[in-house]
Write a protein that binds this ligand. Structure first.
Ligand code: PGA
Length: 247
């Protein structure tokens, strides 16, 4: 059976002192996890995290990557810079970037390509808003978002991770039911299967108010291969319980 992946998304939270305490507590409690584990941290802390997670089962992830390779792009962080800090994954197209920073499907596809080109695995986030769900557009929206990445990245597509995060479930305490999540994951799996014969090995994560209480039911679904965890990744005991449920 393929290993599940649990990725924490710290968003714009943390400090040198808080990161140190959180990662030490994770290291103390994690043992030999039966799943893959990553934490996506703010860019200024990559160097700190690189040393904090060294020789541990915790992989380092970034939250975003530039569409540009290098040059006059003030404030941007390139894929090769992430690579310098042994970053293993980067989120691309998180709904907060789509919503607050105007990221389009086309931009996100290029970001995924930049990550892949340096050997970093993009975690491509897709998901519908509440208005889109209510209008019956969930399937069309997530398929359009994923199609942009599949189209641009062609043969590399089996090297990505996909995270389904319904926007209405992020940070709201309102989780998609396991059946709702599975329904969308099945759609995404079928779309990937049409693009690559390796669709089965692409981890499909669920994200949106995942916590210690709902993780087991979500991960019991046939097409849910792990989780992208926001709020609950900031407390070591919560995150460790989620990791333990993903064995
Ligand atoms: P949440 O965030 O777990 O706090 O809902 C998930 C995410 O945005 O990745």
């Amino acid at each position: 059976m393929k290993k599940k992946l649990i990725a924490g998304n710290w968003k714009m939270n943390g400090s040198l002192a808080a990161n140190d305490a959180l990662v030490r507590a994770l290291r103390d409690g994690i043992g030999q996890p039966g799943c893959d584990v990553a934490v996506a941290v703010p860019a200024p802390y990559l160097a700190q995290l690189q040393s904090l997670v060294a020789d541990s089962p915790i992989a380092l992830a970034a939250q975003d990557v530039s569409v540009h390779e290098s040059g006059a792009y003030t404030g941007e962080v390139s894929a090769s810079m992430l690579k310098d800090f042994a970053v293993r994954y980067t989120l691309v197209g998180h709904s907060e970037r789509r919503q607050y920073h105007g990221e389009t499907d086309a931009t996100i596809a290029i970001k995924a390509q930049r990550a892949l080109s340096v050997g970093i695995t993009p975690i491509v986030c897709v998901g519908e808003t509440l208005a889109e769900r209510d209008a019956g557009q969930t399937e069309a929206v997530v398929k359009r978002q994923l199609a942009a990445v599949i189209h641009l990245n062609g043969h590399c597509i089996s090297e990505i991770v996909v995270a389904y995060e319904p926007v209405w479930a992020i940070g709201t305490g309102r989780t998609a039911s396991p059946e709702q999540a599975q329904q969308v994951h099945a759609v995404l799996r079928a779309q990937l299967a049409a693009a690559t014969s390796h669709a089965d090995r692409i981890p499909l994560l669920y994200g949106g108010s995942m916590n210690a209480a709902n993780v087991a039911q979500l991960l019991a679904q046939p097409d849910i291969d792990g989780g992208l965890v926001g709020g609950a990744s900031l407390k070591a005991s919560d995150f460790l319980q989620i990791i333990a449920a993903a064995q």
